[in-house]
Design a protein around this ligand. Structure first.
Ligand code: KIV
Ligand code: ZN
Length: 511
């Protein structure tokens, strides 16, 4: 009998905790819809008590998801958090509250200033409180991987007795080794009465690069749910990457006696959407969804793959939706063709937005003849981000070459429509353009990272630029821009990050 492993996606909650990965409510709804297409079992939509924005986002995700997945909201072991979560989930067809508390010695002593007995009492009280508001309650034992095993078992037992339906065992700090983690899970099954009658979940972080290995070890020891994020986003080094875990189960499920009911062909698209919405670029050598994940470069490998792909390939790229699309739109493709293709790619837009996308599409198709799916996705992602612009690019003229001094004339419009033009020089064209942007926007920031790559192959591909900047208080913001002209992409990416910085300064001064 094959055991089903439920997939809880926490991209919208733990994933959003990645520095620079903040998402708007609309971004969260778009990702939640895609997670439904991916067929994940549970979507952790946010932490409603943390801010009114997160509260509203959880509500909107519930409406968008319908009964397509369980929608979960995070709380601390605090009654007011739990009440906020229950209210935010009131529209959910299948709501779940996740509540919990630190259970390791250092969490009890240094963070919570509680005795073990007080902690157990708090677990009993708050899980019961949550159960009175929601039939499905997931209890997390924070820092479980470093906790005293006997105390961890006591904590799980208390949560179970108080009505928890899922027990979540996180390796919050990514500390464990797979065999030790598996032993801990087996110990819990042996020691905690009734644990085998509820869902045991694992939630692993990647501080030692072991999150997926730890999650699989947890599954082998009996866990039947894994918390994951798309592209492995998450606090610090991130969480277990959903695409890695799901494909590991896909490849080795038979021998492990498990399966996950995920639509693997949506993995690549989901990864691209999350990357484009958050501005967190996927490294080229990232397993499953990286640009090089299925590229064979050595002559010996290429020879083998041409004779039989399985010589050097354990997964068919088609299985994860990575095969390059051959569907191309051109400037002759009409509105209906574009709409149809967007629908096939999983996008739904109202008429006005479609008109705007069509105009941008035509502009792109005029400049580069053929527009591939990846470029269409990139353009849609870019437009979504630009709709929140405070400053937008109106015109850019660049003069550069060898041995010329790069010179840029740049015009930005602010949100009142007023245009600002600056002409300046720099060490290179991008340096000149960024200095012109800074002269207009006038907000202190430091460029931490700049990355440019081609969306598809060929010299006429759209060039995508990702930047990371830090603002005056050291907070990190990401930006993304896409255009066939990489200086235009570079300016758009920088403006995107600056617009995010400005928005966050505004919302801080409003609250
Ligand atoms: O890492 C962690 O412990 C968590 C819990 C809130 C589940 O994210
Ligand atoms: Zn976590």
């Amino acid at each position: 009998m094959m055991r089903k492993i439920s997939i809880l996606d926490t991209t919208l909650r733990d994933g959003e905790q990645s520095p620079g990965a903040s998402m708007t409510r609309e971004d969260k709804v778009a990702i939640a819809r895609q997670l439904v297409r991916l067929n994940v079992d549970v979507i952790e939509a946010g932490f409603p008590a943390s801010s009114p924005g997160d509260f509203e986002a959880v509500r909107m995700v519930c409406d968008a998801v319908g009964d397509g997945a369980v929608v979960c909201a995070l709380t601390r072991a605090v009654e007011s958090d739990i009440t906020a979560a229950a209210e935010a989930l009131s529209h959910a067809a299948r709501p779940r509250i996740q509540t919990g508390i630190g259970v390791s010695e250092s969490h009890l002593r240094d963070k919570l200033h509680m005795t073990p007995d007080e902690c157990i009492e708090r677990i009993r009280r708050t899980v019961l409180f949550a159960r009175n508001l929601c039939d499905d309650v997931q209890f997390y034992a924070e820092d479980a991987a470093r906790a005293d095993c006997a105390f961890l078992a006591r904590a799980c037992h208390a949560a179970l007795e108080s009505g928890a339906t899922v027990i979540n065992i996180p390796d919050t700090t990514g500390y464990a080794l797979p065999e030790d983690f598996a032993r801990r899970i087996r110990y819990l099954f042996e020691q905690v009465d009734g644990l085998d009658e509820v869902v045991l979940s694992v939630h692993c972080h990647d501080d030692l690069g072991l999150a997926c290995a730890l999650s699989l070890a947890g599954v082998a020891a009996g866990a039947s749910q894994v918390d994951c994020t798309i592209n492995g986003l998450g606090e610090r080094a991130g969480n277990c990457a959903l695409e890695e875990l799901v494909m590991a189960i896909h490849v080795h499920g038979q021998e492990m006696g498990v399966f996950a009911d995920v639509n693997t062909r949506e993995l690549a698209r989901t990864s691209r959407l999350v990357s484009s919405v958050t501005g967190m670029r996927v490294q080229a050598n990232k397993a499953i969804v990286g640009a090089n994940a299925f590229a064979h470069s050595s002559g010996i490998h290429q020879d083998g793959v041409l004779k039989n792909a399985s010589t050097y390939q354990i997964i068919d790229p088609v299985e994860v939706g990575m095969a390059t699309s051959r569907i191309v739109l051109t400037a002759r493709s009409g509105h209906a063709a574009l709409e149809h293709r967007l629908e096939e790619l999983g996008f739904e837009f109202d008429e006005d937005t479609l008109d705007e996308i069509y105009d941008r599409f035509l502009e792109l198709a005029d400049r580069k003849r053929e527009v591939f799916d990846e470029e269409l996705e990139s353009l849609v992602g870019e437009m979504g981000r630009q709709s929140k612009s405070i400053y937008s690019l109106q015109a850019l003229q660049v003069s550069t070459g060898f041995p010329l001094t790069p010179t840029v004339t740049l015009t930005l419009a602010d949100e009142t429509g007023k245009q600002h033009t600056v002409a300046t020089t720099g060490d290179g064209p991008i340096n000149a353009a960024y200095s012109a942007v800074n002269q207009i926007v006038g907000v202190e920031n430091e460029l931490l990272e700049f990355d440019v790559s081609a969306v598809t192959h060929g010299t006429d591909s759209v060039g995508e630029v990702y930047v990371r900047i830090s603002g005056p208080e050291g907070r990190v913001f990401t930006g993304r821009g896409a255009d066939p002209d990489i200086i235009v992409s570079s300016v758009r990416a920088y403006l995107d990050a600056l617009n995010r910085l400005l928005h966050s300064q505004r919302s801080e001064s409003d609250s």
